[in-house]
Design a binder for this molecule. Structure first.
Ligand code: SF4
Ligand code: SF4
Length: 179
């Protein structure tokens, strides 16, 4: 499976669809970007996990700082992680940025299935910073949910992508416990 081609198809499926019709960055001063820069820029080093193939795709963009991190208990192997300087060419941002504040989630009982069903849910990691998350995602447009679902359905063609989101769902369980 060519993950780069798959990612490009999913990026295209998302297009310019955003969580709300207005620019939500105006609501919060782009909290999900401002919060990201790493120690070089004085931030706290939060960042985005990258999907299979995405590190290769983004390594040519020049703005992403990439590393491998271990997330034991959820991911069996180290995963690619990226930080940025709080600004990027919009068409080159990561899938995590494009989906936020939503995320596909695989329920625990389905995680052993080869092709598990997924639901598009509010990303529990957003509650600390995103006003859309803090207001229970009720302002997120249904069109954004549908577009995210379409893009994720494309990614679901790959076993490695499905495994990635199964592992991510296990990681998110720790966040859901505190909501
Ligand atoms: S997704 Fe949330 S944190 Fe990011 S710009 Fe929109 S409202 Fe702000
Ligand atoms: S990559 Fe772009 S969209 Fe994603 S956090 Fe950084 S500046 Fe924001």
């Amino acid at each position: 499976m060519n993950h780069i081609a798959l990612l490009r198809r999913a990026y295209r499926a998302l297009g310019e669809t955003t969580p709300i019709f207005e620019d939500c960055g105006q609501l919060c001063g782009q909290a999900c970007c401002i919060d990201i820069p790493d120690e070089e820029t004085g931030g706290d080093g939060k960042g985005m996990l990258l999907l299979p193939g995405e590190a290769e795709l983004l390594s040519y963009t020049g703005y992403a700082k990439l590393s491998r991190i271990e997330l034991k208990g959820a991911f069996a192997r180290p995963v690619w992680f990226m930080t940025c300087r709080g600004q990027c060419p919009r068409r080159l941002r990561s899938m995590a940025c494009r989906l936020f504040p939503l995320i596909p989630y695989v329920a625990p009982d389905d995680r052993q299935k080869d092709i598990p069903p997924f639901s598009i849910v509010g990303d529990p990691r957003g509650v600390a910073l995103c006003p859309l998350a803090q207001t229970g995602y009720r302002h997120v447009e249904p069109a954004f949910y549908m577009t995210v679902e379409r893009a994720v359905s494309i990614l679901w063609e790959s076993k490695a992508m499905r495994s990635y989101f199964i592992s991510l769902s296990a990681l998110l369980d720790d966040y859901f416990r505190f909501l």
